[in-house]
Design a protein. Sequence first.
Length: 211
Amino acid sequence: MQCIVLFGIQGSGKGTQAKRLSEALGYSHINMGDLLRDHVARNTKLGSKVEDIISVGALVDDHVIFDLLESILQDHVDGIIFDGFPRTIVQADYLVHYFEVQEVYFLDLSEEEAIKRISSRRVCPECAANYNIFSKKPKVDGVCDVCGTQLEMRADDTPEAIHRRFEQYFEQTHQLIDYFEDLGLLYKVNAARSEQEIFEDIRDHLSKKGY
Ligand SMILES: [Zn+2]
C-alpha cells in the first residue's frame, strides 16, 4: 500500500497538513496515538493489549504497532498518510518493507519559531476552548468568547518547556531523518510559512515525483 509520512515538531502544523493531504489525495490519515486510543475506546483485542501496557506505565511495543499496521494493510483505501509515525528505526524498517513509501516530509521549524507559535497559544481553563493571540484572538483580550473565563497559557507552553521538548524531539527523530534521507525519500519543508504555502510546496513536490 502507498503511504506518505509526515514528521514535525509541535507547532509545525503537521496534523493540519496531514489532514489536508489525506483529503486531497483520498488517503486515510493515520495518527498512531489516536488509532491506539480508538482501539482502547472500542475495546478491541488490540485495544485491551494496549490498555494493559499503558496501565503499567510501559511504552507500547513494536509488536502491537506491527499488528496495527497489519490491520491497516487490510483496509481498502488508496493510501495512508502517517502522522508522527514511525518513531524508531525498527518501525521504519517495517514500514519500508511492507508499504510503498512515496515520500517522507519533514516540516522543519526553528526552535525560535516554535516558541513564538506555541507561546502565543491560550486556552480556557473552564471550557477548554483554544485561542492564539496572533491568529485566533478572543473578542475581548484574555477572555473566553464562549464562557467569559480568564484565558491561560498551558503550563507546558513556556519557552523552557518547549526547549526541552525540542531537544527530546531531535534526539528521537534525527536518526529517522537520516534513515529516510539515505533512502532518497526525505524532503525538508520550511514550516515557518503559512499553512497554504506549506501545503502547496508538498503538493508541487508530490506531483513532480509523478504522484
Ligand atoms: Zn471558556
